[in-house]
Ligand binder design. Structure first.
Ligand code: ATP
Length: 205
C-alpha cells in the first residue's frame, strides 16, 4: 500500500495506540488544530458497506449470499466462513486491501494540510505501513485505563476487552515503534488537549 507522496512538503504521521487509548479523540483534536486525518479503519469498513467498492468482487468470489439485504457484506457470515476456513481470509484480503490502498492514496492526494495523519489502529502489526510514513505517534495509557474506557464506551465485558487487547501487539512493542508518545492517562480531556496543542506547534500547524 503506498500513500503517494504529495509534491509539497507534508509530514506523513502514523497515529496508533491500543484499543481505548484515545486515538480517535487525539485525531479529532489534531484535525481541529489543522491536520488532515485519514481513518484507515473507516476506509476499510466503507469498502464493504452498502455500495462499497469491494461488494461486487466479494459477491463474485464468495457468492451473493455473503451480501445482505442492504447490499453490504454480511459480516457474521464472513466471520463464520473465515473461522471454519482460515485460508478464505486471504481471498477476502486480496479483494479488500488493494481497494483500501487505492482509496487511501486518493484521500492523501486530496489533503491540503502540511500534516497528514493516518489513524491506523494496527499500524505496528502491519509492517508495510511503516515505509509509507515519516513518523509514528503512539497514544499510550495504562491497560487498566483502556479497560475502563472501553467498558464505559462500548459496554463490553472484561473477557471481550481482554481478548481484543490480546489480538493487538503489546504495549512494549507499540512504544518501541514510536517516534512520539502521548501519554493519555487520567480522566478528562484537558491534558490531552494541551498535549495536542504542543504537538501541533511542533509540527508547524
Ligand atoms: P478504539 O481503538 O477502540 O477505536 P481509540 O483509541 O480510538 O479506541 P477513543 O475512542 O479516542 O479511543 O477513546 C476511547 C474512549 O475513552 C472514548 O469514549 C473517549 O471519549 C474516552 N477517552 C479518551 N481519552 C480520555 C481521557 N483523557 N479522559 C477521559 N476519557 C477519555
Amino acid at each position: 500500500m503506498s500513500t503517494a507522496t504529495p509534491a509539497r512538503q507534508v509530514l506523513r504521521l502514523g497515529l496508533t495506540g491500543g484499543i481505548g487509548s484515545g486515538k480517535s479523540t487525539l485525531a479529532n483534536m489534531l484535525q481541529s488544530l489543522g491536520a488532515d486525518v485519514i481513518d484507515a479503519d473507516a476506509v476499510s469498513r466503507a469498502t464493504t458497506a452498502s455500495g462499497g467498492a469491494a461488494i461486487a468482487a466479494i459477491a463474485q468470489a464468495f457468492g451473493q449470499e455473503f451480501i445482505d439485504a442492504d447490499g453490504a457484506l454480511d459480516r457474521a457470515r464472513m466471520r463464520a466462513l473465515v473461522f471454519s476456513q482460515p485460508e478464505q481470509r486471504k481471498v477476502l484480503e486480496n479483494i479488500v486491501h488493494p481497494l483500501v490502498g487505492q482509496e487511501i492514496r486518493k484521500l492523501a492526494l486530496q489533503a491540503t494540510s502540511r500534516v497528514l495523519i493516518f489513524d491506523v489502529p494496527l499500524l505496528v502489526e502491519s509492517p508495510h505501513w511503516r515505509g509509507q510514513l515519516d513518523r509514528v505517534l503512539v497514544v499510550d495509557c495504562l491497560p487498566a485505563t483502556q479497560i475502563r474506557r472501553v467498558t464505559q464506551r462500548s459496554g463490553w465485558d472484561l473477557t471481550t476487552i481482554e481478548a481484543a487487547m490480546r489480538n493487538q501487539c503489546s504495549r512494549e512493542q507499540r512504544l518501541a515503534a514510536a517516534d512520539f508518545v502521548v501519554f493519555n492517562e487520567g480522566e478528562g480531556l484537558d491534558n490531552l488537549q494541551h498535549l495536542a496543542q504542543a504537538l501541533a506547534k511542533r509540527f508547524g500547524l
